[in-house]
Design a protein. Structure first.
Ligand SMILES: Nc1ncnc2c1ncn2[C@@H]1O[C@H](COP(=O)(O)OP(=O)(O)OP(=O)(O)O)[C@@H](O)[C@H]1O
Ligand SMILES: [Mg+2]
Length: 322
């Protein structure tokens, strides 16, 4: 029995576009234990989805995984046959996307779409599979009598619940959710988060992707912060929130509006770099108020203080305080 359910090792993913090579995921490593909720947080374009899609082999041209290993349950997903992988996807790994219509067919009844999972993976007959589909619909909070509805007859939140039902129908070991609540209002967002958490309680590990650090902090066991294709900080949620070591994480935390306290929306100046030509040294240096010559020249490696890891030359010095 391996200690980790998922281990991403030295992953490199690039997009070969006409205007240059985008280094979307640049030597990233991550580990997820069974039953854990890990959130990946970062601004738009930092490579979060590219990393998630790599796990489920959804990178297509002009994108290519050029290096690394993705070990799931002791086996490298990137090096198994397509046939073997298809058996794992949908059974052991479920995926939910930001837009539920990415995984739903607008022309087919939702019950049939859920039933198909049971028919494909477990070889069930249609009648039995539809019965199971009704059960899982109820489990995600949709009345069974909606089983004959088409996706357009449901609300956005309900559609996302159906997408989740498909992803969790076979009780996967891992659920990957890429910004599943971004398009929903905050109340619905909360109920979807509760739903994900209930699957975690039943033993499913969650890899949750969001640009919203506050949302991640409410539910995660661990948080990984990405910046410009790199992992810049990673650790248990309380360490990240109470003692952020990277100036970027500190900036993200300060950008979270506090409804009750004094208004303190202090966003990070500037924009993330163009990943076709990222800056030398630390990629965050053009936006970092602590940056010095070394930061402009030398790329920081990830250093770990116990379970809390950070890639910053200055982290831990008295200069950089959260
Ligand atoms: N199909 C593609 N072709 C070319 N470049 C791409 C493609 N998909 C993503 N990229 C580039 O790769 C980088 C990482 O994109 P990615 O979608 O992984 O970021 P993200 O963190 O998920 O962003 P968001 O929060 O906006 O979803 C970006 O620079 C993006 O422009
Ligand atoms: Mg994305």
């Amino acid at each position: 029995m391996p200690g980790y359910l998922l281990e991403i090792r030295d992953l490199v993913v690039k997009y070969y576009t006409l205007s240059g090579v985008v280094r979307a995921v640049d030597h990233v490593a991550l580990k997820l234990k069974p039953g854990e909720w890990l959130s990946i947080v970062g601004e738009s374009g930092c490579g979060k989805s590219t990393m998630a899609y790599s796990i489920v082999r959804l990178i297509s041209p002009p994108g290519r995984i050029v290096g690394g290993e993705i070990v799931f349950d002791g086996r490298d997903l990137l090096r198994m046959s397509r046939k073997e992988f298809r058996r794992i996807l949908g059974r052991d790994i479920g995926v939910v996307f930001q837009d539920p219509m990415t995984s739903l067919d607008p022309l087919r009844r939702i019950g049939e779409q859920i039933a198909e999972v049971y028919m494909t993976h477990l070889g069930m007959k249609k009648k039995e599979a539809l019965e199971k589909a009704g059960e899982v619909l109820e489990r995600v909070g949709i009345p069974r009598d909606k089983i004959s509805s088409y996706p357009h007859q449901l609300s956005g939140g309900q559609r996302q619940r159906v997408a989740i039902a498909i992803a969790v129908a076979l009780k996967p070991k891992l659920l990957i959710a890429d910004e599943p609540t971004t398009a929903l209002d905050v109340i619905v967002q909360d109920t979807i988060m509760d739903l994900l958490q209930s699957f975690k309680k039943e033993g499913t590990s969650i890899l949750f992707i969001t640009h919203d650090l506050a949302l991640a902090a409410e539910r995660s066991d661990r948080i990984a912060v990405m910046y410009a294709g790199k992992l810049v900080e990673e650790g248990p949620v309380e360490k990240i929130v109470e003692n952020p070591l990277h100036p970027y994480t500190q900036g993200l935390l300060k950008s979270v509006p506090d409804l009750w306290g004094p208004k303190k929306i202090e966003s990070i100046l500037g924009y993330p770099p163009d990943l076709r030509s990222p800056p030398p040294g630390c990629r965050f240096h053009p936006r970092c108020r602590y940056a010095d010559d070394r930061c402009r020249r030398e790329e920081p490696v990830l250093r770990c203080f116990g379970e809390h890891c950070v890639a910053c030359h200055k982290a831990g010095s008295s200069e950089v305080e959260g």
